[in-house]
Design a protein. Structure first.
Lengths: 306, 284, 522
């Protein structure tokens, strides 16, 4: 186990190093932070030169990169150009919101997706199955930036059951979680449906039935186990979006997550903040994936890390 | 029709037919846009801005699905938009599939250092949410259909690389490959002639899923202001421009949204059906 | 299934990774606490006031203000020496009175009895410290004090500004120069000040959740008239469509700017209405005949005149902007000093445009690139540009329009790669032509793409003219010249449109600023 962990550690370090380097390089093609920061109507060329020097942007690129790596090695992600404060607290302040939204979206997916999947498998090919399948299918096809505003319009503007946006109360979590969770919900419903069908057709079920065991108990136990695996798979598939790609949901619902931070930082050409946020997203993604792997090993004895 | 259905057995389901029908409808609409659309997509008349839709084709001069904020016909723009959305996603999927399959197959077949490097690259890229990658790239290159296709392909090749690689590794050990070795067939021949053809069904299934994803991804880029130029009637642009009018000129957002949903659903149904035929255990 | 699971197992993490992450977390202290609910859902009843912002406040310290608009917050927390009233007249605020006491000298009397939120008193020494803090060279941006030489403190409540050259607009420079507490700042430092700002303004800082909201409360010991709204919340809602929804749902009391197309809807809603005023922000299209993307045809002034004749700006204002803008003949809004009322905007005349093009040797028109920022502070920029493209096509000019992300556009402009025609905006609350012409007409300015040495001379002459009649004459002459040899497509000055709850009373300001202390609930 220990050599495995050591190996994985190197892997993580490599991933973080590569991700931050790619971010470093790509960002530097996107434009000049100094010109983005100074209002054109009132700025002198001297101010421009001075700011560039202050931010260290007048040094040659490879020296900037060397500095960046040096700082990264000590965990120092630098200071945001825009805010003027260290990057790490700025980024960490957004992490709880991101995790909260991710958790809620998964909860929505699980709470609705599993029953849907089970029901449509058990009543295969009935009208209910077709209906549920279509609905879960639409869930995959509907884009978040269509669903979100429509939900806001219906539930917050037309009737005042829920707030439009923001964070702080549980009511404000509902619409963004539903919007973000619809896609995983649909995926999960289909996964579970397929799993349940597999289970239903397996020999041991027929054997159990012939032995007179309560069908529901057998079904439940095996389905639950397979569902657990499916949930974990689902999380694994959606980790990228949940850990930092929920930009659109966060923008629409004014949810202060880390995805939006990255986009804002990029549009302001705030290189340190963008790089720092990307590094954290990569870190969270890798950790989440590791947890997914561990759960696999735990849930399915056939698959153990070797 | 019935007899043909019987020949396929249980394989032809309602889903398959529906999926095929939708996809055909969209491809046809896209191809025949100049004849099908009542107006040119960029014919603007600012004195006729934001007129509501007239369903069931009233007078020929009316806007069947309403007009947008420059007086352009929404229906025509959606039809022309089908061209854009489908070509962007098809191009992107094609590029991603080719790149991913090639790299994955080579990597799985030859193994070694190159294989390890490729897998690390895949790991690194998957630690980056694809939308962020796309945003960063779109800031550097000018927006055009080929560029967006390239950016999406870059974010999408990874999917093929992994699955193709794994399957290649598995297939490599099979008897027919060993047989080919035995008779002295060169590696390239084995790879191209024996292994890859076995992967085509899987790749096709992946591709149909990805086309659907890319249709939405292009729209997402437009949402963030990084997609095609504003006058281009891609569905993403239509939706982005219509967003502030959801409460006042709802037809600007709802109809393109329906187009995206229905197109994505159609492609997805088709993909599902293909997957059911090819490999029911390949969960995506 | 098995194969894919193994794939997922390839992900790596572990002790080293965890410690790496922990190191980064420790490196700067993890912030604590989750933001509290800032408001309830549904239409707000009374008391608190919620103002939806489109982006986060970046510079809490007003002396570090960069290219963002945090002024609504600054106006709540701080005061300046001189301000503009809602009707744009200059009024003394922390200054009790001031006058020009010499060619290079302005004397100020400071208001007595003013206290900061923490009790610190305001004196002339505080003012001196403020100036010195603002002109430090080790910070990102100093205030534009080009002409400023030094400040003389005469006694606790009297001081003098001394300038290098005669500066007729010094009082205007002091607008929005907010005064900070010297002792408090020296004690807590920049980071401490940003975490808990203190000023002399009508509101006190309560708390802030990053990228979410800022809460303020009326300051009971304010030296002036107490603010009417007691609790104020600035809510960050970045998506314009969601802001509209929040207004329509009654969750927020004010959004700005309101797109012109939404005015009808907002007025139709029982909870809300729209109000507006003409502003000093102008829209224009810059010509650059020397662009690397082409545009040499624009060297001939007849071509540029033709373009101005060919574009039906009146229609654009009427239909695209729903009348919520004002046509201007050149680039100065109506409220500017020395605005020439005898100049009429270019009339819409496509025949004249075609004739001019024929004269210039382009009977079949020509092709040219045009760029517009994708998400811009002005409303409906895409639609305006596309309407213009349509008009130009009718006279044979084929325009290839591209929407470019704002940051990229800034980059193109500064690396001198921008298109021969590009849409931009300029605004200032000086109510004076000087910042306009200094910025986009003066040939040495990095934002000028078409200028002439003769115009530079006129600009320099007018800048140091203390005699208002002579200044006005120079500027009028300048306007006539650029009208004839257009460096731009002349467009319009926009209206500032607010969307508000019906029970809110606010006067929209020409300078686009929102002063919450002036807002009341009926």
């Amino acid at each position: 186990m220990v050599p495995l962990i050591v190996r994985r550690c190197w892997g993580l370090v490599l991933v973080l190093l590569s991700v931050s380097s790619v971010a470093f390089v790509v960002l530097r093609f996107t434009g000049d932070p100094v010109q983005m920061m100074l209002p054109p109507e009132e700025t002198t060329p001297e101010q421009v030169t001075r700011l560039r020097h202050l931010l260290g942007l007048d040094k040659p690129v490879w020296i900037q990169y060397a500095d960046f790596l040096k700082n990264l090695a000590t965990g120092n992600l630098g200071e945001s150009y825009r805010y003027g404060t260290p990057v790490t607290p700025l980024v960490l302040a957004r992490v709880p919101a991101t995790l909260e939204l991710a958790g809620a979206a998964i909860a929505v997916a699980v709470a609705v997706g599993i029953p849907l999947g089970v029901v449509s498998a058990v009543r295969k090919d009935s009208a209910l199955d077709v209906f549920v399948s279509s609905v879960s299918f639409l869930g995959i096809a509907v884009p978040v930036f269509w669903l979100g505003p429509v939900l806001i319009l219906l539930f917050a503007v037309r009737v005042h059951w829920l707030p439009t946006s923001g964070t702080g109360t549980w009511q404000q979590l509902v619409l963004p979680a539903v919007s973000l969770g619809t896609y995983p919900l649909a995926q999960l419903a289909r996964l579970v449906r397929s799993d349940v069908l597999d289970v239903l057709s397996e020999d041991f079920v027929r054997t159990a039935r012939s032995k007179g065991l309560d069908e529901r108990a057998v079904l439940t136990r095996h389905v639950l186990r397979k569902s657990a695996l499916s949930i974990v798979t689902l999380v694994g598939l959606n980790v990228g979006v949940l850990m930092g790609g929920a930009i659109i949901t966060e923008t629409i619902f004014a949810w202060p997550g880390i995805g939006r931070l990255v986009v804002q930082a990029i549009s302001f050409r705030d290189f340190p903040l963008a790089q720092g946020a990307v590094v954290y997203i990569a870190l969270m993604t890798v950790v989440a994936n590791f947890l997914v792997d561990l759960s696999y090993g735990f849930l399915d004895p056939r698959v153990r890390t070797t | 029709m019935r007899r043909a259905a019987h020949r396929f057995g249980r394989r032809v389901t309602l889903r398959a037919v529906l999926g095929l029908a939708l996809v055909t409808a969209f491809v046809t609409a896209a191809a025949s846009a100049p004849w099908l659309a009542p107006r040119a997509p960029d014919a603007q008349d600012i004195t006729q801005r934001l007129t509501p839709p007239r369903y069931g084709g009233a007078e020929a001069s009316g806007f069947v699905l309403g007009s947008d904020q420059l007086g352009r016909d929404v229906l025509s723009r959606i039809i022309y938009g089908a061209r854009i959305s489908l070509s962007v996603s098809a191009l992107a999927t094609f590029g991603a599939a080719i790149a991913g399959t090639t790299l994955g197959a080579l990597s799985g077949f030859y193994g070694g250092v190159a294989d390890q490097v490729l897998m690390r690259v895949v790991d690194v890229q998957m630690a980056f949410p694809y939308l962020l990658l796309a945003i960063a790239f779109m800031l550097v290159v000018p927006p055009s259909i080929p560029n967006i296709a390239v950016v999406l392909a870059i974010s999408g090749w990874v999917l093929y690389a992994r699955i193709v690689r794994i399957n290649t590794v598995a297939l490599r050990e099979r008897e027919f490959v060993a047989a080919a070795y035995a008779i002295g067939a060169p590696n390239g021949r084995i790879l191209a002639g024996h292994i890859v053809p076995n992967l085509v069904p899987t790749i096709t299934v992946l591709a149909t899923t990805q086309i659907a994803q890319f249709i939405v991804a292009e729209a997402a880029l437009s949402f963030l202001g990084l997609g095609l130029p504003p006058s281009v009637p891609s569905w993403g642009n239509l939706m982005n421009e219509g967003r502030q009018y959801l409460d006042s000129a709802w037809w600007l957002e709802v109809f393109p949204g329906c187009a995206i949903i229905v197109a994505t659903a159609g492609v997805g149904l088709l993909g599902d059906w293909l997957r059911d035929i090819v490999d029911p255990h390949l969960h995506l | 299934m098995k194969i894919r699971r193994r794939e997922l197992l390839r992900w790596s993490a572990g002790a080293l990774g965890a410690s790496f992450g922990a190191r980064m977390a420790c490196a700067a202290g993890v912030p604590s606490g989750r933001p509290q609910a800032a408001y309830a859902m549904g239409p707000r009843a009374t008391g608190g006031f919620v103002y939806a912002q489109s982006s986060e406040f970046h510079e809490i310290n007003p002396h570090r203000e960069l290219w963002s608009d945090d002024s609504s917050l600054h106006f709540c927390l701080f005061d300046s020496l001189i301000e503009r009233a809602d009707n744009m007249q200059l009024i003394p605020v922390l200054a009790e009175s001031y006058q020009n006491t010499g060619p290079r000298e302005w004397s100020f009397k400071l208001r007595r009895g003013v206290k900061f939120h923490d009790g610190e008193p305001l004196t002339a020494e505080t003012i001196r410290w403020n100036i010195q803090d603002a002109v430090r060279t080790d910070i990102k941006r100093d205030v534009t004090w080009q002409a400023f030489d030094h400040i003389e403190v005469v006694d606790d409540y009297t001081f003098k500004f001394v300038t290098k050259n005669p500066d007729p607009v010094l009082p205007q420079r002091l607008v929005r120069f907010f005064i900070l507490p010297q002792k408090y700042y020296s004690r807590v430092g920049e980071q401490g000040f940003i975490a808990q700002p203190v000023g002399t303004g009508p509101y006190r800082f309560i708390e802030r959740a990053p990228d979410s909201y800022v809460k303020l409360q009326a300051f009971d010991d304010y030296w002036g008239q107490n603010a009417s709204l007691r609790d104020v919340v600035f809510r960050i809602v970045p998506d314009p469509a969601t802001r509209l929804s929040a207004l329509a749902a009654g969750e927020v009391d004010l959004i700005t700017p309101l797109p012109p197309d939404q005015v009808k809807n907002v007025n139709a809603n029982a909870l809300t209405k729209a109000v507006w005023v003409s502003s000093d922000r102008i829209a224009y299209c810059q010509f650059w005949p020397e662009s690397p993307q082409g545009g040499r045809e624009l060297r001939d002034k007849r071509v540029r005149q033709a373009i101005n004749y060919a574009v039906n700006v009146d229609n654009v204002v009427k239909y695209v902007l729903n009348g919520l803008s004002t046509r201007i003949p050149t680039i100065f809004p109506k409220t500017t000093f020395a605005y020439d009322t005898s100049l009429k905007p270019y009339p819409y005349n496509p025949d004249k445009a075609r004739a001019l093009l024929r004269e210039a040797g382009l009977p079949n028109g020509f092709s040219v690139n045009m760029e517009v920022p994708a998400n811009f502070i002005l409303p409906a920029t895409n639609e305006v540009c596309q309407a213009m493209v349509g008009d130009l096509a009718k006279v044979g000019i084929k325009v290839s329009l591209k929407a470019v992300e704002l940051g990229t556009m800034v980059k193109l402009r500064d690396s001198k790669q921008i298109a021969p025609i590009y849409f931009w905006s300029w605004g200032t609350d000086f109510l004076d032509p000087e910042p306009f012409v200094r910025g986009i007409l003066y040939t040495k300015s990095p934002y000028t793409f078409y200028g002439k040495p003769e115009w530079d001379q006129m600009i320099d002459a007018a800048a140091t003219q203390l005699n208002t009649a002579q200044r006005a004459a120079t500027y009028k002459k300048l306007q006539a010249e650029i009208y004839d040899d257009p460096p731009y497509i002349f467009l319009y000055a926009i209206d500032n449109v607010y969307g508000i709850r019906r029970n809110i009373q606010v006067t929209p300001r020409t300078d686009e600023r929102v002063i919450v202390a002036h807002i009341r609930r009926t």
